[in-house]
Design a protein around this ligand. Structure first.
Ligand code: PBG
Length: 328
């Protein structure tokens, strides 16, 4: 019998060799850190369904953004809870709303930090849908102007990039034209291109009070069963002018991230969403899993699947852990 000549274990024999052959290396520069902005001053309240994340007033958001920046995280993604809601979601493009205030304060304090804003209507509409509701249905085309207005108001506040998450058809093109017309051709679009109708958004909807008041989001967000449709959505958003394309959620959609990466040349972002975060936090709080190892393994899997950047509530912790690893 031949002796075993091929022994994969040789390349696992020590930390040094493992480091040499490691294919995927996480870096704080891979992360985008989400911020939840509420009205007021000096507010920092933990979000119960997402322990370790906070509702922040614009002044406090600057402090959180600086923490991220100092850890080597290049970007934040800004979400808002408005002071008022109406049928159209007009607080979404109100220049005095918490998001617009926070964006301008963060850009003043940290001009190098990339500030991305979530463009959607669901936090701002009384019915909680991501677009205009007409005759009990979410109307696509009348939503486009409202989304464009919102994107332009974020650009006026100083956003470097806008991230439409509504899943209306044609919104990337509409937002691109609106930005260009107002002199914001330099403002980029990170489109939530393949966004699925997912149960994993539950904690987020609690956190920002954006659950739909009737029906669900399945007439605009994608069916979790579909992969080819994701490629079609991505192709459309690229044709409409997207600069970065996103797959969301991440964990149950690693195959989609990989297919998008293999089929298109634009940078790919993925969103490690609230439900994914909450699962890890709950299990770790019960002592059922090791939080640090679990988080780093999950984030590595997203990067290995093809994500060039990961939007994650774990960003600050993960960046700290990566720094410790590098020192050790
Ligand atoms: C708004 C929006 C949602 C998320 C990001 N933007 C919720 C939804 O579409 O229902 C989810 C983020 C998360 O779960 O972390 N449309």
């Amino acid at each position: 019998m031949d002796t075993l000549r091929i022994r994969p274990r040789r390349l696992r024999a020590s930390a040094g060799i493992r480091a040499m052959v490691r294919e995927t290396v996480l870096d704080p520069a891979d992360f985008i850190y989400p911020l939840f902005i509420v009205p007021g001053q000096n507010v920092k309240e933990e979000i119960s369904v997402m322990p370790g994340t906070y509702h922040l007033s614009p002044d406090q958001a600057v402090i959180a953004a600086k923490e991220a920046y100092d850890l080597g995280i290049p970007a934040v993604l800004v979400f808002g809870l408005p002071e008022y809601k109406d049928e159209q979601g007009s607080s979404a493009w109100d220049s005095n709303s918490p998001v617009q205030q926070a964006v301008s304060l963060i850009k003043q304090a940290l001009p190098e930090l990339v500030v991305i804003t979530d463009v959607c209507l669901c936090q701002y509409t009384s019915h909680g849908h991501c677009g205009m509701v007409e005759n009990g249905k979410v109307d696509n085309d009348s939503s486009l102007d409202l989304l464009s207005c919102t994107a332009v108001s974020h650009a006026f506040a100083g956003a470097d990039m806008v991230a439409p998450s509504d899943m209306m058809d044609g919104r990337v093109a509409a937002i691109r034209s609106a930005l260009d017309e107002r002199g914001f051709s330099h403002v980029g679009i990170m489109s939530y291109a393949a966004k699925y109708a997912s149960a994993f958004y539950g904690p987020f909807r609690d956190a920002v009070d954006s659950a739909p008041q009737f029906g669900d989001r399945r007439t605009y967000q994608m069916d979790p069963a579909n992969a080819r449709e994701a490629l079609r959505e991505v192709a459309l958003d690229i044709a409409e002018g997207a600069d970065i394309i996103m797959v969301k959620p991440a964990l149950a959609y690693l195959d989609i991230i990989r297919q998008v990466k293999d089929n298109f040349s634009l940078p790919v972002a993925c969103y490690n969403v609230s439900g994914e975060y909450a699962m890890v936090k709950a299990a770790a709080a019960n002592g059922w899993i090791d939080e640090k190892r679990t988080v780093l393994e999950l984030l590595t899997s997203m990067k290995r699947a093809g994500a060039d950047m990961i939007i994650t509530y774990h960003a600050l912790d993960a960046a700290r852990w990566l720094r410790e690893c590098n020192k050790a």
